[in-house]
Design a protein around this ligand. Structure first.
Ligand SMILES: Nc1ncnc2c1ncn2[C@@H]1O[C@H](COP(=O)(O)OP(=O)(O)O)[C@@H](O)[C@H]1O
Ligand SMILES: [Mg+2]
Length: 360
């Protein structure tokens, strides 16, 4: 006879191959069930389809000595909801809002946001993206949404998001026309429009809503960080010292309003010469690692400076959909899975603090 404790014991020490942490450390064995004598049912709640695929052989090997040769795993992950900062009420239909931010523009925030959104979707989550970058909305282009496309309006009160590559998208860019350039918007007008876009969009039930935040750490960004009910922030930076300084300001801003920084993504970390394959750290190396260490957060991943990343995003098919099995998509998927683990960990902390919250 097998029992749950023996199974947990056998599986707890297995390391997730991508995350490098054991299932015990990740808290992924909360729901183990047995069916007869030879079947284990697992609900790797916060993990993903990808994780299931790579973990499966390891799990089966650990279970074989117990006489178990059947492993049932849930197909779609159940992603928990993390409480927003300062007790802000969350959006009813959106479990976790993730703010993707950068201290300054041009570091690859939008490229990272869209690939991360698509990678989370590829891992089995329901995902939306809100392009809140009033200085340069770029999600419509990156998602291949034709210029001039407007979201539908429902009941005179709701915007209907546009679906592209399987994710729901809304952009501040959809609301602009003619010479109504957003750059001249004053703070209150910009934040008002962004809050409206967030709250009056008819999202379907989403596990994650990625917000491509306006770059920088000024009044608009601070107001958004105070008003938008987020689960956590991801900071995008290049390894250049100056960008790192800006990234630190970003991290400090989120800390001030008690939003957990779930991690840092280092973009354009390494350049691989297209003709000779030589790898060069043009913007310096190790910056993302340092900043993550200094601020007790995680370096979620580092993307190379690679022409394909730009070309594919420009063509409306970001790398995660253009080349889903490639090395770069793999880095984005790894980041997505780490983010999933960070969200699950945060939800577990909530659970301890407030036992009434349940995994749905
Ligand atoms: N890792 C990368 N390799 C090559 N080009 C990149 C990479 N990341 C971003 N880019 C390109 O750099 C430019 C700026 O990126 P973008 O995501 O728009 O930055 P931000 O949103 O921070 O202003 C875009 O043309 C984008 O395609
Ligand atoms: Mg941008």
């Amino acid at each position: 006879m097998i029992d749950v404790a023996t199974v947990k014991e056998a599986l707890g020490r297995i390391q997730d191959p991508l995350l490098g942490r054991t299932l015990d450390e990740l808290g992924w064995l909360d729901k183990v069930a047995l069916q007869g004598d030879d079947t284990v049912l697992l609900d790797l709640a916060p993990s993903y389809a990808g994780a299931g695929g790579e973990l499966r052989p390891l799990l089966l090997a650990a279970l074989a000595p117990l006489g178990v040769d059947q492993l049932g795993m849930r197909e779609r992950p159940v992603i928990p909801r993390v409480r927003a900062q300062g007790g802000l009420p969350g959006l009813e239909r959106v479990k976790n809002i993730i703010a993707v931010a950068s201290g300054k523009g041009g570091v690859g925030k939008s490229t990272t946001a869209v690939n991360l959104a698509l990678a989370l979707a590829a891992e089995g989550a329901h995902v939306g993206i809100l392009d809140a970058d009033i200085y340069g909305p770029s999600q419509p282009m990156m998602l291949g949404i034709a210029p001039g496309t407007k979201p539908g309006v429902h009941d005179n009160a709701w915007f209907v998001p546009i679906v592209a590559h399987g994710i729901e998208a809304m952009s501040i860019g959809f609301l602009l026309d003619g010479d109504n350039t957003p750059v001249v918007w004053r703070g209150p007008k910009a934040t008002g429009a962004l809050m409206q876009l967030l709250q009056q969009t008819q999202w379907s039930d989403l596990d994650f809503l990625i917000i491509d935040m306006p770059p920088g750490t000024g009044d608009i960004q601070l107001t958004l960080a105070q008003k938008v009910p987020v689960a956590g922030a991801v900071i995008v930076t290049t390894p250049q010292d100056i960008a790192l300084l800006d990234a630190k300001k970003g991290i400090e801003m989120f800390r001030k309003v008690e939003i957990p920084v779930l991690g840092v993504v280092e973009n354009m970390a390494l350049h691989i010469c297209t003709s000779c394959g030589h790898a060069e750290h043009i913007f310096g190396s190790g910056g993302g690692e340092r900043i993550a260490r200094d601020y007790q957060t995680t370096l979620l991943g580092a993307l190379p400076l690679d022409l394909r990343i730009r070309e594919q995003a420009d063509k409306g098919r970001p790398t995660v959909v253009a080349d889903p099995d490639g090395e770069i998509a793999g880095i984005y998927r790894h980041i997505a899975r780490q983010l999933g683990a960070a969200v699950a960990t945060a939800a577990q902390l909530d659970l301890k603090k407030n036992p009434t919250i349940v995994f749905e």
